[in-house]
Design a protein around this ligand. Structure first.
Ligand SMILES: [Zn+2]
Length: 407
């Protein structure tokens, strides 16, 4: 495995002070910037980071390949903590309907939406889903992602939820750790129309215990929103997942204000994601509980919804992360640097807040801060690079095709 010594990095973002600040109200001083920086990467983890002038002798030997990084900014490997990257089918037709004014709920009622992807996913083989997922994992890695959360949720019955999570496992690519989540409660499958309690019971008693036992998922998620799962159904599902050993996380406050943020805080969920409609009381409860608020500005843009109240969340002391929400219906992009651009333009987030949200806090949303999200001895995730000399280089270029790799 390559042992690389990156040196002469114009600006190295280490995030090292975030060990103490926990990603709350991030400021430039928390980025741990080093000019003319250097990083020793042994192919699995970071062994050392500092200034090029002070590289220890052991990293100057023949077994380390020096990589020249002048003109580049280096960052901790990015973390995309919310994606739906395992699915089959295509929903480009819906884009036209949406542009004509159809709402999310109207598209779902017309047979589109999540259930159209469910039909295509159920019809696809595990090998086909793994091929599709592998291509998407490679795309994520090209955008600088080193830890990628992937949800099931288009199978919506035991055998197909298991098939999707197996495909995720099978699709693994080098240099990218996958964090699988079971989102069997993404929507009510059509065969359970009028029998909601029966599906919720199956999720709680059959699907979640099985995927946990087989190590196919590490967390449980639920779409807690108007027209999807109620607060009390969500509570039952998250508690069942937690009892099976899965960390609770949820989609909440996207389509309507339901109190999902307070539920997430009460259950000690790792994160609550979307938050377009979150209330001041919900914000306070997230700040108190430490639950991460994951914002998905690509989705709000695509749905032409007003953005989430990022400023109110951050100023209140909520740890805020950003993610792509890559999915075939409401956010068909994997471009995480572009999500950073949207956070600057539409959410009013500062450079330090955006970097924390794409690295340290996104790792925290998966219970992995400290392991990912920093350039420090022991950190996992190969550093990522952008042309420039200032930390905002990562999201200053709008929608890059990929991040550059120094050679
Ligand atoms: Zn989602």
């Amino acid at each position: 495995m390559a042992r690389l010594l990156y040196k002469n990095i114009a600006c190295l973002v280490t995030n090292e002070p975030m060990i103490r600040t926990a990603g709350i109200r991030p400021q430039e001083a928390h980025l741990g910037l080093i000019s003319r920086g250097a990083v020793a990467w042994d192919g699995r983890k970071i062994l050392w980071a500092g200034s090029t002038k002070s590289i220890p002798k052991i990293f100057r030997g023949k077994s380390w390949r020096p990589v020249e990084c002048s003109g580049l900014v280096a960052y901790p490997g990015l973390v995309d903590c919310h994606t739906h990257a395992v699915f089959a089918g295509d929903r480009s037709r819906e884009f036209q309907l949406r542009m004509r004014g159809a709402t999310y709920q109207e598209i779902a009622a017309a047979g589109g939406g999540i259930l159209s992807t469910m039909r295509a996913t159920r019809a696809a083989s595990r090998a086909c889903l793994a091929d599709l997922a592998r291509n998407r994992f490679r795309a994520a890695a090209a955008f600088g992602v080193r830890l990628l959360e992937v949800k099931s949720g288009y199978g919506l019955r035991l055998k197909d939820e298991v098939k999707c999570l197996e495909a995720v496992q099978e699709a693994a690519v080098r240099g990218l750790e996958i964090y699988p989540t079971c989102l069997a409660a993404h929507a009510l499958p059509p065969e359970f129309r009028g029998k909601r309690e029966e599906y919720v019971r199956q999720v709680c008693e059959d699907i979640l215990p099985l995927v946990a036992r087989r190590g196919l998922a590490r967390s449980v998620d639920v779409f807690c929103d108007e027209g999807f799962f109620t607060l009390s159904e969500s509570r039952a599902i998250l508690e069942a997942g937690r009892n099976a050993g899965l960390a609770p996380r949820l989609h909440g406050e996207e389509l309507a204000l339901t109190g999902a943020a307070e539920l997430a805080a009460e259950l000690g969920a790792l994160s609550v994601d979307h938050l377009l409609k979150v209330s001041p009381a919900g914000i306070r409860s997230l700040a108190e509980s430490g639950t991460v608020g994951v914002l998905l500005p690509g989705t709000a843009l695509y749905l032409r919804e007003p953005p989430a109240p990022a400023r109110a969340l951050i100023d209140a002391g909520v740890r805020v992360a950003l993610a792509s929400d890559f999915n075939p219906g409401t956010c068909p992009t994997q471009n995480l640097p572009f999500v950073g651009t949207l956070a600057a333009l539409q959410l009013g987030m500062s450079t330090a807040e955006i970097i924390a949200a794409l690295t340290w806090n996104a790792a925290q949303a998966l219970g992995m801060s400290g392991r990912y999200g920093a350039v420090a001895p022991g950190s996992r995730g190969e550093p990522v690079f952008c042309e420039g000399d200032h930390p905002s280089a990562l999201f200053y270029r709008m929608a890059p095709a990929a991040l550059p790799r120094p050679t």
